[in-house]
Write a protein that binds this ligand. Structure first.
Ligand code: G3P
Length: 213
């Protein structure tokens, strides 16, 4: 299972990268805006830290604009993946870009049939937003389960990125379902490591070790 960090914060990306378990990064316009930095320089710096996919999103609403943005984005670094919104124009752009060998991550996916359309268009990745579905009392992880079943039925190689993760249970469910990737905030990645009983147990072992002499 691959772990991506869902952030544009360089400090967090460095810390996760030092752990040796970071497989990629996802950003979106909101995450970029939080950093208050010039876009291209920021993405270049992130691509210098992470060798895996670095996902950056287009902001055009029409296919032509998305395609031309995508072509500019992939010039930044060899590991750029272009995030395209799951709208009619987005699917048209994905079809063209995938034929040209540009990898796309189709984002803002909230239904399994949307995910089917993205795979048919040639998306390299699909991003179902589980937390935002949970927020409106729909079971986000059910969407992931259905997408995985559909992709298995037809042998699509589009990778499933579980996105909009809010807590470690989303990661656990994603792993149990066999999702390819979980992209998570830095805080959730930290929570995956920590358990209070591990800390308490270690303290006890070290205290007892002192008695050994
Ligand atoms: O980057 C896409 C997605 O992970 C956003 O998550 O927390 O804004 O719903 P969130």
């Amino acid at each position: 299972m691959k772990f991506f960090l869902d952030t544009a914060n360089v400090e967090q990306i460095r810390k996760a990268s030092e752990l040796g378990l970071l497989d990629g990064v996802t950003t979106n316009p909101t995450l970029i805006s939080r950093e208050g930095r010039e876009f291209k320089g920021l993405i270049e710096e992130i691509c210098g830290i992470v060798s895996g996919p670095v996902n950056t999103e287009v902001v055009s609403r029409d296919a032509e604009g998305m395609i031309s943005e995508a072509k500019e984005l992939v010039k930044i670094a060899g590991n750029i993946v272009v995030k395209i919104p799951l709208i009619r124009e987005g699917l048209k752009a994905v079809k063209v870009l995938s034929a040209e060998g540009i990898k796309t991550n189709v984002t803002l996916c909230f239904s399994p049939v949307q995910a089917l359309m993205a795979a048919k268009a040639g998306a390299a990745y699909i991003s179902p937003f589980v937390g935002r579905l949970d927020d409106i009392s729909h079971r986000g992880m059910e969407l992931v389960e259905q997408i995985i079943a559909i992709y298995e039925n037809y042998g699509y190689d589009t990778e499933v990125i579980v996105a909009s993760i809010r807590n470690p249970l989303h990661v656990l469910d994603a792993a149990l379902m066999g999702a390819d990737i979980a992209t998570m905030p830095y805080g959730v990645m930290e929570h995956l490591i920590n358990h209070p009983l591990t800390g308490i147990g270690l303290e006890k072992f070290l205290a007892d070790w002192k008695k050994v002499g």
